[in-house]
Design a protein around this ligand. Structure first.
Ligand code: HGY
Ligand code: MN
Ligand code: MN
Length: 423
C-alpha cells in the first residue's frame, strides 16, 4: 500500500494551488509569469491565507508562530502524537520580480504529498507537518532564511521581530499589519526529518534530461555589506583631480569582486561564485558626485576555504581602494552560513522512493541557498530538485514543466510516506 501512494498525487490539484498563488503579487507588464511577494505585504498576506485555507480543507491543524512561520499538522486519530513529526515544505515569499515556482512548489508539493496519502487511505505512525517559512529570500528583512533560522534556534524570535526594512518598519509590525504575527515557535528540533522539494535554478537536470535531483550539499554563503563614503560635490564645477567619488570607488570594487572570484574558480574551486547584487547610491542625482555607496556582496561555495580566500582578497582590495581614492570604507559581515551536507538517511530514502516511483535521479549540489541549510544541525534533512527550464530563476521567466513538478512531488510523497511510517 505505502509503495503506491505516489500514484495518488494529483497534478491538477498541485497546479491549481501553484497557479492560484502565482496570482498574488502577480506582475502585469512582463513576459512570463512574475510575482513580487515581500514579507508583510498584502500579496504575502493573501498567499499565506490561501495556504492556511488549503491546509484546513485537508483537515490539518494550523498554527502561526511568533515570526509568521505557518505549520499545518496532519495527525490522524489514534496515531502516537508524541512521535516526532516528519516535516516538509519551503517558503511563499519571493524576490522582487521573481518567478512563481521558487518556494511555492515546495510548499504545495508537501501539501499534495499528504493529500495523496489521504486519498490512498494511508495512515502514518508519525504526525506530518507542512511548513511555509517566513522571509526565506531576505527581500525585505535580514539577509534571508530568517523564519527557518528561528525554527532551528539559530535566531531568537525577538531578534528577528526587531529587524527593520529600509523604511524602518520592523518585521513584528509588518506581520501584525497582515494578521500573521502568531506566538511560540515552529520547533524544528522536535522533527524526525525535514524534506524540501525546490526548483534547481540551474541547468544540470535539464542538460541531462533527468527529472529529479537529489541534493547532496548546499553551498555555504557569506553576505557582506560595504559602505563607501567619499564627498558629494558639484559634477560641473569640481575638477577631476579634486574628487572623492564613492561610486567610482564602488565600481572599482565591484569589478575586483568579479575578477577575484574568476581567479579563485580557475585556481581553487570551480563552484565558487561572488556577486555584487546591491548598489545604493547617495544622493543619486545626475549632477552630483556620489558621496556615499552601500554595496551588498553575496559569496558562495561548497568549500569554506574558497569563500575565506575570496573574502580575504576583497578586504585587501578594499584597503587599497580606500588609500588610493581617499575614501572611507567600512566592511561588515553578519550573514555567514557554512556549507551543509544532506543526511545520508534522507538521501537513501529518497533514492529508494525514486526507484519505487520508477524515476531516474541525479545527485548534485545546490548553488542556491534554502531554508533546509538552516536545519541540517537540528534534524535529518533531505532536498529534491525539479528541473528549471534554461536554468532561469529569480525572474518572471522562471519555468518548470507541470510534468516535472508532479514527478518531483511523487518522489517527495513516496519518501515522506516511508519516513512517516517508520517505527
Ligand atoms: O539566495 C538564494 O540562494 C535563495 O534563492 N534565497
Ligand atoms: Mn529564491
Ligand atoms: Mn527558494
Amino acid at each position: 500500500m505505502v509503495e503506491l501512494i505516489h500514484q495518488y498525487v494529483d497534478e491538477s490539484r498541485l497546479r491549481k494551488d501553484i497557479e492560484y498563488t502565482a496570482g498574488f503579487g502577480a506582475l502585469s507588464d512582463c513576459k512570463g509569469n512574475g510575482r513580487t511577494v515581500l514579507t508583510g505585504t498584502d500579496a504575502n498576506r493573501d498567499a499565506r491565507q490561501y495556504f492556511v485555507d488549503r491546509l484546513e480543507d485537508a483537515g490539518f491543524g494550523v498554527r502561526v508562530d511568533a515570526v509568521g512561520n505557518i505549520a499545518g499538522r496532519w495527525e490522524p486519530n489514534g496515531i502516537d502524537s508524541d512521535a516526532d513529526p516528519v516535516a516538509v515544505g519551503s517558503h511563499l515569499d519571493s524576490v522582487v520580480e521573481g518567478g512563481i515556482f521558487d518556494g511555492v512548489l515546495g510548499v504545495y508539493a508537501g501539501l499534495e504529498s499528504v493529500r495523496a496519502m489521504q486519498d490512498a487511505g494511508m495512515r502514518p505512525t508519525h504526525p506530518i507537518e507542512v511548513v511555509a517559512f517566513t522571509e526565506e529570500e531576505g527581500g525585505r528583512f535580514s539577509d534571508g532564511v530568517l523564519g527557518s533560522s528561528v525554527a532551528s534556534g539559530n535566531t531568537a524570535p525577538d531578534t528577528a521581530l526587531a529587524i527593520e526594512d529600509d523604511t524602518g518598519v520592523t518585521l513584528a509590525e509588518a506581520l501584525e499589519q497582515i494578521g500573521f504575527r502568531g506566538s511560540g515557535v515552529v520547533d524544528a528540533l522536535a522533527w524526525d526529518t525535514w524534506l524540501e522539494l525546490h526548483i534547481e535554478q540551474g541547468t544540470r537536470l535539464e542538460a541531462t534530461g533527468v527529472p529529479v535531483g537529489i541534493v547532496t550539499s548546499i553551498t555555504g554563503t557569506v553576505r557582506s555589506h560595504v559602505n563607501i563614503v567619499g564627498e558629494a560635490d558639484h559634477a560641473g564645477a569640481t575638477s577631476m583631480q579634486n574628487r572623492r567619488d564613492a561610486l567610482a570607488a564602488a565600481s572599482e570594487l565591484t569589478l575586483a569582486v568579479e575578477s577575484i572570484a574568476n581567479d579563485v574558480v580557475s585556481t581553487t574551486s570551480e563552484t565558487a561564485v561572488a556577486t555584487v547584487g546591491q548598489h545604493t547610491v547617495k544622493p543619486n542625482s545626475i549632477n552630483v558626485i556620489p558621496g556615499q555607496v552601500h554595496l551588498g556582496i553575496d559569496i558562495r561555495d561548497v568549500e569554506t576555504d574558497a569563500i575565506d580566500e575570496i573574502v580575504r582578497r576583497i578586504r585587501s582590495r578594499i584597503d587599497h581602494i580606500e588609500a588610493e581614492r581617499e575614501v572611507c570604507i567600512t566592511y561588515s559581515q553578519e550573514y555567514e552560513i557554512e556549507p551543509s551536507k544532506m543526511s545520508s538517511r534522507c538521501i537513501e530514502e529518497t533514492e529508494a522512493a525514486a526507484a519505487r516511483v520508477g524515476t531516474e535521479t541525479l545527485k548534485l549540489h545546490s548553488g542556491a541557498g534554502h531554508d533546509t541549510m538552516q536545519l541540517t544541525d537540528v534534524t535529518d534533512v533531505g532536498m529534491l530538485f525539479a528541473p528549471s527550464i534554461d536554468g532561469v530563476s529569480h525572474s518572471p521567466l522562471e519555468r518548470t514543466t507541470w510534468a516535472d513538478c508532479t514527478e518531483g512531488t511523487k518522489v517527495l510523497c513516496q519518501t515522506l510516506g516511508k519516513l512517516a511510517r517508520s517505527s
